[in-house]
Design a binder for this molecule. Structure first.
Ligand code: AHR
Length: 497
């Protein structure tokens, strides 16, 4: 059997983990909102129409921040359509997804829903068809206590206390020709900077995210990011990154996505640091990976001008779940610069959670690695020295066959280790050396694997792809050996003895 070693030393801490790295995303897209989180006639809906079966499923994911309301949707969205008496709200054409938007769910409903779901909002403003002034009015509506036109309107609408949203995104993917009123880098840089000034005048306590390139494949990447950062450096706190992967027939390359994401993050860090040097700035720009996931974008089917159509309802397989696990290792290993990240998205549209409007909730396979890392990958992240072989991939060349992540939480005294074995034919005997952490007791071992990499969960068979709990007799030690099955994702939890 193949062997490998992973040595983790408590003196080699990468960073404390900002919990917002386990964020997610709800866009007005397909059935994410309507018949997803909001469905007044559903059996589990509360008096506000929020589905509690969905809230419960989200709560188990432990998601501290949720981006809203888009996405592409926000670039043509007038937030004022979604406030005030519901019967007076207009139905509009949503240019992003060619859907009908009834505006029955708006910023106030989102604030209430987020509170009930135990999460916070990351609010995106419209920098497509919208203006800096309208973005400022939204911040005034949400974050000013009272005594101004928009804050008093909010009070009139029944919200005496401000929502106090802390994180604001300056538009969405404004380099994309698919965006309502896309901009050149120079146009966006000016618009984002002027909007940033207004938003921070309205509320100096907020944090701002500037749009980076919408993907690494854009012709303007990474020049867009350089232009935007040079123009906005002292006005914003984060640059955004978006990254999606899909299986295109080559399993090895798909499983190696974790390696590509690391490369992408490295490039954006370098670009941001160039802008820092140019500005002679003391501030280090942090990264917000505010869209990431597996997404079968080529299978998108858009029906025109329907309300709550099924869009991007990907049914994720075991293979997809393994890829999501690998991506999580990369994200958290970069926690020194990636302070926020959003699994895109959360419900129905390219999401781990699927709802039946007439029934219950289904957890797709990708739900599980996210749940494990979000719940247990807390505290601090440590550097791993991995001695293993590489695999030759068509897309990325030589890639290490193991992707690993080690976190230690001093609150719970628990160490968590996550590992993806991307080898398609061979199990690997891993020796995990944790000597510097002192004596540890193995609490739990969970493995996600299976013969059929394309197996999926369904309402008929909801537990076809779930992690298996391996019986452990709670060994104590400083070095442990585990068999990592071919094409598998493993979580190990230890407690300091
Ligand atoms: O998450 C789906 C879409 O992907 C978002 O609306 C957009 O920002 C990205 O292209």
């Amino acid at each position: 059997m193949k062997t490998a070693q992973c040595i983790v030393n408590k003196h080699f801490k990468i960073s404390a983990i900002d919990e917002r790295i386990y964020g997610s995303f709800i866009e007005h897209m397909g059935r994410a909102v309507y018949t997803g989180i909001y469905q007044p006639e559903h059996a589990t809906a509360d008096e506000q129409g929020f589905r509690h079966d969905v809230i419960d499923t989200i709560q188990q994911l432990n998601v501290p921040i949720i981006r809203y309301p888009g996405g592409n949707f926000v670039s043509g969205y007038d937030w004022k359509d979604g406030i005030g008496p519901k019967q007076e709200r207009p139905t509009r054409l949503d240019y992003a997804w060619f859907s009908l938007e009834t505006n029955q769910f708006g910023i106030n409903e989102f604030a209430d829903w987020a509170r009930k779901a135990g999460t916070e909002g990351m609010i995106a403003v419209n920098l497509g068809s919208g203006t800096p002034q309208e973005a400022g009015y939204l911040a005034e509506y949400c974050n000013i206590e009272q005594g101004t036109y928009w804050s008093d309107k909010r009070r009139e609408h029944g919200y005496q206390q401000p929502h106090n949203f802390k994180v604001w995104c300056l538009g969405n993917e404004m380099d994309g020709p698919w965006q309502t009123c896309a901009l050149t880098a120079e146009q966006y840089a000016d618009k984002a900077r002027e909007t940033a000034k207004i938003l921070k005048w309205v509320d100096p306590n907020i944090e701002l995210v500037a749009c980076g390139s919408s993907s690494k494949e854009m012709a303007t990447f990474p020049e867009w990011d350089r232009t935007v950062l040079e123009a906005c450096y002292e006005h914003v706190d984060y640059i955004s990154l978006h990254r999606y992967y899909e299986y295109e027939g080559d399993k090895a390359s798909f499983l190696a996505a974790y390696h590509d994401l690391d490369d992408f993050i490295t490039t954006i860090k370098a670009t941001a640091d160039y802008a820092k040097a140019k500005h002679r700035s003391d501030k280090t720009m942090m990264l917000s990976l505010d869209e990431w996931n597996v997404w079968y974008i080529k299978h998108m089917d858009t029906k025109r001008w329907q309300w709550a159509p099924s869009i991007a309802e990907d049914v994720y397989s075991l293979l997809d779940a393994l890829v999501v696990g690998g991506l999580l290792t990369t994200i958290v290993n970069n926690a020194d610069r990636v302070k926020m990240a959003c699994l895109a998205q959360l419900v129905n549209a390219l999401a781990p959670i699927h709802t039946d409007p007439q029934g219950g909730v289904l957890r797709h396979a990708t739900y599980y690695p996210f749940q494990q890392v979000s719940n247990y990958g807390r505290g601090e992240v440590y550097k791993n020295r991995v001695v293993c072989d590489c695999i030759e991939t068509d897309k990325y060349g030589q890639v290490a066959e193991l992707a690993t992540l080690t976190t230690f939480d001093s609150q719970t005294n628990e160490l968590a280790f996550f590992v993806l074995n991307i080898h398609l034919e061979e199990d690997i005997d891993l020796q995990l050396r944790l000597e510097e952490f002192g004596e540890l007791m193995l609490l739990e071992q969970q493995v996600l694997t299976g013969e059929d990499l394309f197996a999926v969960n369904s309402f008929e068979n909801p537990n076809k792809v779930v992690p298996q709990h391996i019986d452990v007799d709670k060994p104590v030690g400083t070095s442990f050996s585990f068999i990592l099955p071919k094409a598998s994702w493993t979580m190990l939890r230890f407690k300091r003895a």
